[in-house]
Design a protein around this ligand. Structure first.
Ligand SMILES: [Zn+2]
Ligand SMILES: [Zn+2]
Length: 448
């Protein structure tokens, strides 16, 4: 049995997040996406925590389900208690800014964590992703002081401003950030700005899990990155409620406990090139450099002679213990695996279905031209992940047309046109290059 999980969405109480992020909407979208397990998000926020207590009902140890106002309980998705906290502090005379994910095994434990953080001066009402003056070490002392079963994972590890390895406010190693507690940091989250292959180059991560979640700020962005868990059960016909699925299964998989019946199968990734800080550069000077170019040319802008904004790739080069040539083999089904040791689970690069539809039809994402076929495909084949990963291309063409089927096929094969982002400029990942687009438009004119 495989479960697709997104354990880092947000609620409507987190800053810069959509007011649509309610349990009702997140449940609906998780089902359309094909997510089996999602994070509650933001359990430290007092109003949202109240909502958690009223809207969720226990479905297993540390696992919950949504119960709507009429008392109807949704089978999917399952929920797990999660929060992201933002840490701003000084360590070794440098200002640090780190985002951290905490998973709690029950509502009661989550409540105790909230009390302890408040005692340590945290203002939990301010934001669903509360800003705390605690260091990484202080946070884990609080969390594990309440319950050692809680899992703590650095969020979006490579983001320049808030990633544990970030160039601006991060550290050079987990050891430096967490000290003696580093051995209990079992995973890092790739975030939108890195893919697993970039993380495979860091030797400190060899024995740790590399997980991917969406950091969604609106319900429809859930699942743009996700982690697929595999549950080994003797009888594959059993339903989820018959196997006693629990919080410990997920924790066992992430900790890579040998006796755990659950493992990480693979992850789903967003193209990190789309991130705003992939390459090094200056937006105003129109300077953009790959890591190889930066090695040769340095980090001073050739136009304005000031320091360039260093991108994520350059930072990976700085911390990497092995070269990229040794890693990343893609099979015909689009699964990228690490090949040689460290033997991390593989991953697939995807483009959200709404974006494939928008590009196929040459319209914006939030239009009826996109949403109508989106829902038709989801209804016909079960979920967005089913369409992106499993459904026969011919079947997709039958329901949504030739070009959409071709688009999904190209995404599966990785045949895309990619322009990496830099210095705050979003990168571009296109299914069809501009020339090809013109060609196919001409073809369609002839068709008429
Ligand atoms: Zn964050
Ligand atoms: Zn410049």
């Amino acid at each position: 049995m495989k479960l697709i999980a997104d354990l880092h969405p947000h609620s409507k109480y987190a800053r810069a997040c959509s007011g649509q992020l309610t349990f009702e909407n997140n449940t609906k979208w998780a089902n359309w996406k094909g997510l089996h397990l999602i994070g509650t998000a933001d359990f430290t926020h007092p109003f949202w925590f109240q909502d958690i207590k009223e809207s969720l009902t226990e479905a297993g140890e540390g696992i919950y389900r949504y119960k709507n106002e009429k008392g109807k309980i949704s089978t999917w998705p399952l929920f797990l208690l999660t929060v992201e906290t933002s840490h701003i502090f000084t360590q070794n005379n440098r200002g640090r800014r780190i985002h951290i994910l905490t998973f709690a095994p029950s509502i009661e434990i989550a409540e105790k964590i909230n009390e302890e953080i408040t005692k340590h001066g945290g203002n939990l009402m301010s934001d669903g992703r509360p800003m705390l003056g605690l260091s990484c070490k202080e946070l884990v002392e609080i969390v594990w002081g309440v319950c050692e079963d809680c899992l703590v994972i650095p969020a979006h590890a490579w983001t320049p401003w808030f990633g544990i390895f970030g160039d601006k406010g991060g550290f050079d190693s987990l050891e430096e950030a967490f000290g003696e507690y580093a051995k209990n940091i079992y995973a890092v989250e790739t975030g939108l700005s890195s893919d697993p292959a970039m993380n495979w180059r860091i030797k400190e991560l060899d024995d740790r899990a590399i997980v991917s979640f969406s950091d969604a700020h609106s319900p429809w962005k859930m699942g743009r990155e996700a982690t697929i868990f595999k549950l080994k059960i003797k009888n594959e016909k059993l339903k989820i409620d018959e196997i006693g699925f629990s919080f410990q299964d997920i924790i066992g998989a992430i900790k890579q406990e040998p006796e755990s019946r659950c493992q990480i199968d693979s992850t789903i990734e967003f193209y990190p090139e789309e991130g705003r800080y992939h390459y090094t550069g200056h937006r105003n000077c129109k300077v953009r450099q790959s890591p190889e170019e930066t090695k040769k040319l340095g980090v001073i802008c050739p136009v304005c002679h000031r320091p360039l904004t260093v991108g994520v790739m350059h930072r990976v080069e700085e911390l990497a213990g092995r070269t990229s040539e040794e890693l990343g083999i893609r099979n015909e089904k689009g699964l990228v695996s690490s090949g040689s040791p460290p033997n991390h689970p593989g991953y697939r690069m995807l483009v959200p279905l709404t974006e494939i539809l928008a590009e196929s039809f040459g319209v914006g994402v939030n239009t009826q031209t996109v949403l109508q076929p989106y829902h038709r495909l989801v209804q016909e084949f079960g979920s967005e992940f089913e369409v992106l990963l499993v459904t026969e291309i011919e079947e997709i063409k039958r329901v949504a047309g030739e070009r959409v089927g071709e688009g999904v096929g190209r995404v599966r094969q990785g045949k895309l046109v990619i322009e990496p982002g830099y210095d705050g400029v979003f990168g571009k990942v296109k299914i069809w290059g501009e020339e090809e687009e013109v060609e196919s438009k001409q073809e369609s004119l002839f068709d008429v």
